[in-house]
Every structure is written in C-alpha cells, then in structure tokens.
Design a binder for this molecule. Structure first.
Ligand SMILES: [Zn+2]
Length: 320
C-alpha cells in the first residue's frame, strides 16, 4: 500500500513566518538534508500568548526569524518533541530570552542493549560514501532537559485560545512526544509521522517495537489534521496513518521472506529490499532492518544464528 504523501506546502522561503491556520504559524529553518527534507518547521501556536513547538537547529538565520515572529508576543511555553539536533537546540536561546517553561517527556536517552559494530566495507562502497559517516545517524542534543516533564495524556498547558495535551510516542526516540491542540483538532507529530517520508527508527536512538505501538496509538485517535516537523500537513490522517503503519508491517514481512530464502544477513537483506534507492542510504537502511530484526527476535519469529543479541553484522534464521 503506497503511503499517500501530500504535496508539500513548505516551499515558503526560509526564515519567513507563514500563517498556516487560524492559530498556527510556521517558520522553516534552512537546514535541508536527507533527514530533514526541506528543513525543520518550527510551529508558533496562538495570537498573543503563544507556544513554540521545536525551536529548531542552532542557525542564526532561524533564530533571527523566530525573534521577529515572536516580537511583542508573550511566549508561555516551549515544547520539544525530541532531542535530535534539528529540533531542540535553539530552545536554550529561546528560554534565555523568555524564561518560558520548557515541556518535554524528558532528556534524550538511548535504548539499551545495542552493540555497535563498524559495518563499513570499503570494497563495496562508492568512494563518495566515505565522507557520509557523520550524516548516517541523526545527531542528538544531549544538553536539553525540560523544566516540566509531561506524562502521556496530560493536558499540560492552556491559554485563552487552546489547550495542549501530551501524546507520548516513543520509538523514533525514547522521549518522543506528539502534542494535540484541541481548538483545531490538530496533532503536532514531530518526527513520529513525517509528511514526506517514512520515519527513521535506528538503534540506539530508536526502537521498532515501541514505534509500532506508538503508530497504533495515533491511528486510533481522531485528529483532523497532522502537522509534522518535516513536510506538509496531513489533512486526511486516517488513511495516511494506516498506510504508514502498513508500510512497516510490509517491510517486516519482506525481511522474514528474505531470511526464509537464506538471505540472512542485514547487508544482504538491504541489497535486495533497498535495491531501488540511492546506495548512499544503504547504511542507514541497515540500521532500520536491524531495528526490525530486534523486534522479530523479540517476537520469537526469528533467532540469531549464534544465540546472542541481534547484531548488525550477525546472521539470522526463522524459528520453527
Ligand atoms: Zn528526529
């Protein structure tokens, strides 16, 4: 099932304030990349008393744009969906300017139990790949810590115009938070659901089992619109989310089929399942397959050949 990605609306020039709904403005940071698409979308909610969701990366142009956007307004809260470096770092500046309470699930925490292995194989890589290593994983903002740790389902902030409720969605990171806004039936999805691509679920930041659980959590909600950090809004959430979830289940089934056919290593599986995508993305793809395999081993569907932890360079077989 193809995911019905919607045409982007974020072609607005960088560092400009765009009113995207009666109560929501968006400012796009100039940090385009293979992870952030056109760039990070920082949301400003409200008219006079405003809440900022994901201040964004440390970029002077973005900071200056936010300064203009927030001039003369009262920032009553700063919400951080998670601590990847394109989301939270400017919080420190904005907090210094406003003293507004910083809300999040908590600081960044990696999932335990992953053994890192260097899977770089110079013999099979494009020379261009050698310089890619820094970009293969999203970097994290370990300095961030909230003033107020929100809990799932908590209505944590209200203004005269709207109230915000926490929807904890671990998986992309352990502290990932979506935020619902009652006044417009809107869900700010951070990187849990993106408007242009599937989400990266990569160890040790990400966990596929939790991610799938968190997908089901947003599917059963009745939000009218989703506002991802990257890409345009999703105006018909239900079919989109179902397809988004189904895409993962399909990938899981494909991995099981590969292992059943004797293609039982992660690099081998990626070569087949990701044959159509840019080779530069194959190493991040291995991490995604690794994440799926951890879940499949946990489910008892697949086992490691050596009986140990699921490893990036390990081999696998079906159980039973
Ligand atoms: Zn992220």
């Amino acid at each position: 099932m193809a995911i019905p990605f919607v045409p982007r609306i974020d072609d607005a020039p960088y560092a400009e304030i765009t009113q995207v709904s009666p109560l929501i403005q968006r400012v796009i940071a100039k940090n385009p990349s293979k992870f952030s698409y056109h760039g990070t979308g920082t949301y400003i909610l409200g008219t006079n008393d405003v809440v900022v969701i994901d201040p964004g990366p440390k970029l002077d142009s973005h900071r200056d744009a936010l300064r203009v956007a927030l001039d003369g307004r009262n920032v009553v809260g700063i919400v951080v969906t998670h601590c990847h470096s394109d989301h939270s770092p400017l919080t420190e500046w904005l907090y210094g300017e406003t003293g507004a309470t910083r809300y999040a699930v908590g600081p960044h925490r990696v999932y335990a139990g992953f053994v890192e292995e260097d899977d770089h194989d110079a013999s099979e890589d494009d020379p261009a790949d050698a310089v890619e290593s820094d970009e293969e994983k999203e970097t994290t903002d370990l300095a961030f810590s909230p003033d107020a740790a929100v809990i799932d389902g908590e209505k944590f902030l209200s203004t005269k115009e709207f109230a915000l409720t926490a929807v904890a969605t671990p998986g992309h990171t352990s502290n990932h938070l979506c935020v619902s806004m009652d006044a417009e039936g809107a869900l700010f999805t951070g990187d849990h659901v993106m408007g242009w691509s599937t989400t990266i679920v990569s160890p040790p930041d990400g966990d596929m089992r939790q991610y799938m659980d968190s997908m089901r959590k947003v599917i059963v909600r009745d939000d009218r619109i989703l506002w991802p950090t990257h890409g345009g809004p999703v105006t018909d959430p239900q079919p989109f989310l179902i397809a988004y979830h189904e895409h993962r289940l399909e990938r899981e089934r494909q991995i099981v089929v590969q292992i059943a056919n004797g293609n039982n290593t992660i690099p081998g599986i990626v070569k087949v399942l990701y044959a159509a995508i840019d080779k530069k993305l194959h190493r991040p793809a291995r991490r995604s397959v690794w994440s799926h395999l951890r879940k499949l081993v946990d489910d008892g569907v697949v086992a490691t050949d050596d009986g140990g932890e699921p490893r990036l360079l390990g081999s696998y077989h079906l159980v039973g």
